[in-house]
Design a protein around this ligand. Structure first.
Ligand code: IMP
Ligand code: MG
Length: 186
């Protein structure tokens, strides 16, 4: 069952405001938006249309799998298709800043490409779950520690198409398959 948390209208207003902030902050700069596949696709498309500056687009693929408590977390990154970032002002855009480990690892890779600057953008920020010493530079909504889907966010590859964000509540008849233990983020 999906319990609505953030409506399409609320997302639209927040992304418009984010686009306005970025437009003001990056005027005259060589901006590159770098989206994290797959969850950021809706945000990237909507955000680009609200940044009233010329900018370039790149995508980077990152996937993490969290198994049981005894299995270490794995993060796989595919950075082969990164555009040239040297001298560019890079905004790394992801759907959600959860533990922050994905952003942290990707920011390290980007910094090695000698950009002029790099900052992070997340639609959602689960501040209470953070395991890193930094916060996203831009975010739209801070949310509690619930597993959410929609507007690009998935559970087992499903629900990305929803135009709103909702909390995925486990079906009581399916004990033992909570989103947290099955999280497979592409
Ligand atoms: P982090 O590395 O823990 O910050 O996790 C980031 C990735 O985990 C995001 O890019 C998402 O794909 C995924 N993720 C974290 N929390 C959720 C959630 O509540 N719903 C869906 N995906 C999530
Ligand atoms: Mg993701």
């Amino acid at each position: 069952m999906i319990r609505p948390m953030i409506s399409t209208t609320e997302i639209d207003s927040a992304v418009t405001a984010l686009g306005q902030r970025i437009t003001a902050d990056y005027a005259g700069r060589p901006l590159t938006i770098l989206g994290v596949l797959t969850g950021s696709v809706m945000l990237v498309c909507d955000l680009m249309r609200r940044i009233e500056l010329p900018h370039q687009l790149g995508m980077v693929q990152a996937s993490s799998y969290r198994g049981t408590a005894t299995t270490p977390e794995n993060l796989i990154m595919n950075t082969e298709f990164l555009p040239d970032l040297r001298g560019r002002d890079v905004l790394l855009v992801d759907d959600i800043f959860d533990t922050g480990r994905t952003m942290s690892a990707l920011l390290d890779v980007i910094r090695q490409k000698e950009p002029a600057s790099v900052r992070s953008v997340a639609l959602l920020w689960k501040r209470v779950r953070s395991q890193v010493s930094f916060a996203p530079d831009y975010h739209c909504f801070e949310i509690p520690d619930s597993f959410v889907v929609g507007y690009g966010l998935d559970f087992n590859g499903e629900f990305r198409h929803l135009p709103y964000i909702g909390v995925l509540e486990p079906d009581r008849s399916e004990q033992g398959s909570s989103p947290r233990t099955q999280l497979d983020a592409e």
